[in-house]
Ligand binder design. Structure first.
Ligand SMILES: [Fe+2]
Length: 250
């Protein structure tokens, strides 16, 4: 019945998407995904909405996704849930920030996630999925209003907060430390296999999309598409798996 209420904030020079997610628009608590920059802008939005933050969730620890974690945790009192394999990056983020960006403050994660966990936070059921390939510990959050608040058969209520795994018409770059195209493609395939094609994808950069739209037309998923659906004259051209997808940290 109820769909997620998702507020999007494209932050900082790399325009990284942070998301404020609630089970419905009148909920007083939210989770905050990937606060990468501009903490005051996020705090102003929280004040305007009259919303508190129950938890800060991190998909991966590239600086553009975690640069505002420390000030947001301090200001909201919310605990931070971090990919287990990248906690040392969060703790010492200044050592992993490129010249010309930041400065950012490190943060010692309150909770660690490896994938496979199920959380209930701010009235949301959250499934944690391991989706490495762009970065080694990358995780994706599959969120839906808690079962008490929706029809349990309503898969359309699920949203994937997938960081830099999959974008509208692109994929996460794999040439940074820990990146691996075959691993990333397998992560994307696992999401395609696990969730309906209509599932909304809330990526770390650029616009919202759906799994089905990307499987049908994303130029980087030609090989995955060929394995998933019969090749036909309507099929989009396959892209080289080694092609760098986009600029900067995407
Ligand atoms: Fe990234």
């Amino acid at each position: 019945m109820s769909a997620l209420d998702v507020r999007t904030f494209s932050l900082g020079p790399i325009q990284t998407n942070a998301y404020l997610v609630r089970p419905h628009a009148s909920a007083s608590e939210a989770v905050l995904v990937d606060p990468g920059e501009e903490p005051q802008r996020l705090l102003d939005a929280l004040a305007a909405l009259g919303v508190g933050v129950t938890a800060i969730l991190i998909t991966h620890c590239h600086f553009d996704h975690v640069g505002a974690v420390a000030p947001m945790a301090r200001s909201t009192g919310a605990p931070v849930w971090c990919p287990e394999g990248e906690r040392l990056v969060l703790a010492d983020i200044s050592s992993f920030t490129w010249p010309g960006f930041g400065p950012f403050e490190g943060y010692a994660a309150d909770h660690l996630l490896a994938g496979g966990e199920r959380l209930t936070l701010a009235g949301l059921d959250i499934e944690v999925l391991s989706t490495p390939g762009h970065s080694p510990g990358h995780i994706t959050f599959a969120m839906s209003p808690s079962r008490a608040d929706r029809d349990s058969s309503d898969e359309s209520a699920v949203g994937l907060f997938s960081g830099d795994v999959l974008f509208a018409g692109s994929v996460g770059r794999v040439d940074l430390p820990g990146g691996d195209w075959d691993v990333l493609e397998a992560s994307i395939a696992s999401l395609m296999a696990r969730f309906p094609s209509s599932t909304n994808v809330y990526p770390g950069h650029m616009t919202i999309t759906t799994l089905g739209r990307e499987l049908a037309s994303n130029p980087f998923l030609g090989e995955l598409r060929a394995r998933t659906v019969p090749t036909g004259p309507q099929a989009a051209p396959a892209a080289s798996a080694s092609a760098a997808s986009s600029s900067l940290l995407r």
